[in-house]
Ligand binder design. Structure first.
Ligand SMILES: [Zn+2]
Ligand SMILES: [Zn+2]
Length: 169
């Protein structure tokens, strides 16, 4: 996990938002001839499995980004999420149809793959470990009832929960 590219500090601060707008402007010039128009760019502290969203409503076009993902992987990775949402902005909708994939792959030929990195098990609220192969699985919510690792048939046991580590944070 690389944190080197993250300048630190609170992601809700003006500094992080200014950096997001700076990258938006740069990517807009580079891939959209500067034609994209965006009314709102913000960080949503509730985002966990969601890395970014594009939406449009009465208040205009909006992109929201995950400060959690930024803290995990830094700007180089969050920029890929931003660029993904900018493709939605260009097309004016949320789906990943043929038109989306066409524009995405033309951008990826220059930029590189936009696929986001998986959230490591340790970053989740709950960690489960397989008693047969010892693989770890992260979950945002506790599993209900006995669960088994489909890959090997082993039983999953809870390793730690947020409630147990709260005092550490
Ligand atoms: Zn998308
Ligand atoms: Zn297993």
């Amino acid at each position: 996990m690389s944190r080197s590219s993250f300048s630190g500090g609170d992601t809700t601060s003006g500094q992080a938002l200014a950096e997001a707008w700076r990258r938006f402007a740069e990517l807009n010039q580079r891939y959209f001839r500067g034609r994209l128009r965006l009314e709102r760019l913000s960080f949503n502290p509730r985002f966990r499995s969601t890395l970014g969203t594009f939406s449009t409503d009465g208040r205009g076009r909006a992109i929201q980004l995950s400060p959690f993902y930024l803290r995990l992987f830094g700007w180089a990775e969050l920029e890929k999420v931003l660029l993904h949402e900018m493709i939605h902005l260009q097309l004016g909708r949320a789906g990943h149809g043929a038109e989306f994939r066409k524009l995405e792959s033309s951008i990826e030929r220059d930029y590189g793959p936009l696929r986001p990195r998986p959230i490591p098990a340790q970053a989740h609220n709950y960690i489960y470990i397989c008693d047969r192969c010892h693989l770890e699985f992260g979950r945002w919510r506790p599993l209900k009832g006995p669960c088994y690792h489909r890959g090997c048939g082993g039983r999953l046991w809870r390793k730690r929960g947020r409630s147990l580590t709260k005092s550490d944070r």
